[in-house]
Ligand binder design. Structure first.
Ligand code: PGA
Length: 223
């Protein structure tokens, strides 16, 4: 079996108490999982990072923490922003360029480039989302996530063969070494993506909110 990345994206969901409950349940349900060739990353809200880091350490869980955004600036007078130095204390990875950030917060290529630069400056690993092979990918990105907009949260995932073909094109166009697929991934369909040669992992949103469903997805991806 190849190494796979499974990156859960909680989006704007969960309190600190919810997060602690999720991690306790993950511990209980992940005991029998074979995680040797899996890298699990969890993108949680900023407000949850500290408590999640503590709980993951206490329970020795095989989970890397990620932030869902990063300031395009360093430290300073940027009210409301969370910068790379602050994120580095709590997380290893940052999600940049998600279509919801592009759509609702009007993030464009030049802003996203600055965010990637800040992440790299602080040694953070970057998962960068694109909707097609036409989207440019800034230098320094570690993993690209191909997420067709219509597949996100819709229950209508892109057919695995088509996703595999698109990911091959993205690898050719961007020279990205690792590209994962996101958009309505479930425990029922995850294997059909993972078994496509060019697909290096998945980025589940909705399913990652439930620790039992998330563990089932990991089990199906590693079976
Ligand atoms: P979904 O979200 O799995 O709920 O479709 C994926 C994403 O937006 O990253």
């Amino acid at each position: 079996m190849k190494n796979v990345v499974i990156a859960g994206n909680w989006k704007s969901n969960k309190t600190t108490a919810d997060a602690q409950g999720w991690l306790n349940d993950f511990k209980a349900h992940s005991q029998s999982l074979n995680l040797e060739q899996v890298r699990i990353i969890l993108f949680v809200p900023f407000t949850v990072l500290a408590v999640a880091k503590w709980a993951i350490g206490q329970m020795s869980l095989p989970i890397e923490l990620g932030a869902q955004d990063i300031s395009p600036f360093g430290e300073g007078a940027y009210t409301g922003e969370i910068n790379g130095l602050q994120i580095k204390e709590l997380a290893t990875t940052v999600l940049i360029g998600h279509s919801e950030r592009r759509q609702y917060f009007h993030e464009d290529d030049s802003l996203l480039q600055k965010k990637v630069e800040q992440a790299k400056k602080h040694g953070l690993s970057v998962i960068y989302c694109v909707a097609s092979e036409k989207d440019s990918v800034p230098t320094g990105v570690d993993i690209v996530a191909y997420e067709p907009v219509g597949a996100i949260g819709s229950g209508t995932p892109e057919p695995p063969l088509k996703a595999g073909e698109m990911i091959s094109s993205i690898k050719q166009a961007t020279k990205a070494e690792k590209v994962i697929y996101g958009g309505s991934v479930t425990s029922e369909n995850v294997a059909s993506y993972i078994t496509q040669g060019p697909i290096d992992g998945v980025l589940p949103g909705g399913v990652s909110l439930d620790p039992v469903a998330f563990c089932s997805l990991v089990a199906a991806a590693t079976a």
